[in-house]
Structure formats: C-alpha cells, structure tokens
Design a protein around this ligand. Structure first.
Ligand code: TTP
Ligand code: MG
Length: 361
C-alpha cells in the first residue's frame, strides 16, 4: 500500500458510519416499524442481548449490547426482531463497492463503518463524502453519516457530530479550536473508566489535559496512556488508513478506580471483560482461537499469559472458561490496576442459531 500523504496535515480522510445500521435495515424492509421503537437482537426471555436499536428506542435509553430484558423494562413498547446477518453483510459489501469507486485505501472497522483515504483524489473530500452518502442511499435506501478531516481520529469524531444522515468537516486550521472544548470521552478509546478517572483528576475537556504536567499524568495514568492522550487531545493521529483487511486481534481492558487485591474480584472483573470481548467479537462476526490475559500491577509492571485452542471459541461460556484458565496461569501478585483480554487468530463466524448470550451461533 502506498504511504499516506507526506504532509500529515494535507491528508484527506473520510469516516463513513451507517445510521443505526441493523435497525435501519429492518425499518426499511418493514414499514410498519417506521414509527415504533425497534431493536435487533435476542429475545427478552432467557439471556438475549441487543445488537442495536433505532433512534426512537434510544430515547428510552435502549442501547447496543444491553440485555433485551432490561431494554423491555425501559421501553415496554419495544419491538425486538432477530438479526439477519447475511443481509447486513451483503449491504456492507455494496457500500464498500461504492467506496472503491474513489479509492483503494479503505479500512473497514465493522460491517457498517470504514475509513477512506482520498488524499490522492482530485475532488474535494467533502464532495466525495456527499456523493458517497447519496450513492449509498440510492443503492440501499439507507442513510449514513460522514466525517471529513485530516486524520482518522478527527474523521471518526466528526461523523458522529451530526448523526443521523449528517456530514461534518474539520479543516486543519479548525483543529486546535475544535479540540479545546471537546470532552475527552469523545476520543475513541477513552472508555467509561478512563473518563471517570480523568474527571477525578480534573480533566473533562481536551483543553484540561494540558493544564497538567506530563509527568503528573504519567504518575496516575502510566506513560503509554498519557502519551497517547497527549497526542489525541491535540487532535493528532498519525496512523494510516490500512486496507490490510484481516483484523489480527481484538482487545478489551479495564483500569480499576481502586486497585484490586482480592482473588474473587479479579475473577469477577475477568468475567466481565469476557462478556465485553464476546460482544465485540459478535459485532465483527469473528471468533478467536487464541486468548491471552494481561495484568498490570500497581507499580505498572505487566505480565501476560495465553494459549491457542484447536477450535475457535463460539460461546460466552467457552470464552469465560478460557479466560479463567489464562488467569490461573499467572502467579498473581497484588494490587492490580488493569486487566486486559486479547482474542487473536480470528476467523469469521458461521452465522446460525439464536442470538442468545452464551449460546450464540
Ligand atoms: P454502531 O455503528 O456502533 O451502531 P449503529 O450503526 O447501530 O448506530 P449509529 O447510528 O450510532 O452508528 O454499530 C453498527 C452495527 O454493529 C449495529 O447496527 C449492530 C452491530 N453491533 C452489535 O452487534 N453489537 C454491538 O455491541 C455494537 C456496538 C454494534
Ligand atoms: Mg453505525
């Protein structure tokens, strides 16, 4: 793949994200759902979970990865339909064909999201993004939102600003002002725990990051996260749009507000992470045959253990069992500030069965 534009500020990156993707497909195909709160996922009986919901349902607090039972409590009128993954996949393919009319530098993030590097195109990136949105609608009768910016970080943040069916452009000279008031939680990769820890530290907006000395951030957040945040907080992202489609791994991790010392809570958090990892694997329709665990101790030293299995993991129970086995391989010392789980050796999932936590596919 050709390297990106030598001047990082002159890159033209677009992020496209379909609006409430699975739910919009179901609404398109069944007009009777048009004005109703709708979700796609497993049944509320048992342990079903939601893949996504439409915007009407979101007003009730219904969200992706929420147990269906809880969603129905929040919104008793909620209609839940089972997912049709094969259909979503074929629509995703159609959308990617539209992208490839403009560039080969396409990095899909999931079925409904991708980055495009259009630096080498003559047309303006905004014009391309508008055309892509129109073509997606003409071909699929579905709407997408687009972000246009000089890098992937800003393009992704931008595509979320005017959802649904919106387009937002962040130009290089606007970056500094834009970042100042941006909440740190809008940076992809700053999850709920980091958000809380940063808030406790006095950082809610990106501007507030730079009111601290880097060394004091290192002490609380470790050097890797701090360096990363220092760059992202200024709107810097040097990573390239990579069309190496094969995702190598999916990781989840959790930094605890209080360091963990007791074995039971370490196991409980590991099981929580297994659930999160399972949801992520489902969202990308991948199954892993290697799993590893990473533990970071209070003093920031890290230990990691894992193994490969002859068959991919298809169920939550299996993932939880293997995560526990990874944990047992570590001679635990305490206190622990972070646990991470990584799934690798990824294969595409066979799409059968009910969408039920624990016995999915
Ligand atoms: P998202 O782009 O996160 O959500 P969305 O397209 O439904 O809504 P938005 O308008 O905010 O972009 O995810 C894309 C699809 O991936 C979503 O429709 C369903 C699926 N998905 C899951 O199956 N499980 C999950 O936990 C998430 C987050 C998504
Ligand atoms: Mg989407």
């Amino acid at each position: 793949m050709a390297a990106s534009h030598p001047d990082l500020n002159k890159r033209k990156i677009i992020h496209i994200d379909m609006d409430a993707f699975y739910a919009s497909v179901e609404m398109r195909d069944k007009p009777e759902y048009q004005d109703r709160p709708l979700a796609v996922g497993g049944e509320p009986k048992g342990r079903g979970v939601l893949c996504t919901s439409n915007y009407i349902a979101r007003k009730f607090g219904v969200r992706s990865a929420m147990p269906s039972r809880k969603a129905v409590e929040l919104c008793p009128e909620l209609v839940i339909v089972p997912p049709r993954f094969d259909l979503y996949k074929s629509i995703s393919k159609e959308i990617r064909e539209i992208f490839s009319e403009y560039t080969e530098k396409i990095e899909p993030l999931s079925l409904d999201e991708a980055y495009l590097d259009v630096s080498d195109c003559e047309q303006s990136a905004t014009q391309i993004a508008m055309e892509i949105k129109q073509k997606i609608f003409a071909k699929t009768k579905l709407t997408a939102s687009a972000g246009v910016a000089p890098n992937k970080l800003l393009a992704k943040i931008a595509s979320d600003l005017r959802k649904p069916n919106g387009i937002s452009v962040i130009k290089p000279h606007q970056v500094t002002t834009f970042m100042k008031t941006l909440p740190v939680s809008k940076i992809p990769g700053v999850g709920p725990v980091s958000k809380r820890k940063l808030k406790d530290f006095g950082i809610e907006t990106c501007e507030q990051i730079f009111k601290h000395r880097k060394l004091s951030l290192y002490e609380t957040f470790g050097s890797r996260f701090s360096d990363w945040l220092w760059e992202r907080g200024q709107g810097i992202d040097k990573t390239e749009v990579s069309n190496d489609r094969k995702r190598k791994s999916i990781s989840v991790e959790s930094t605890f507000s209080e360091d963990l010392s007791c074995e039971q809570s370490i196991e409980r958090e590991t099981l929580k992470l297994s659930k999160e990892l399972f949801t992520r694997l489902n969202a990308t329709q991948l199954a892993a045959s290697s799993l590893s665990i990473k533990i970071r101790y209070k003093d920031f030293s890290v230990v990691s253990k894992g193994f490969s299995m002859p068959f991919p993991i298809f169920t939550l129970e299996d993932l939880e069992k293997n995560a526990k086995l990874c944990l047992q391989k570590i001679n635990l010392e305490s206190p622990i500030r972070l646990i991470g789980l990584k799934a690798s050796n990824l294969v595409e999932k066979k799409l059968t069965g009910n969408l039920v936590q624990g016995s999915l596919f």
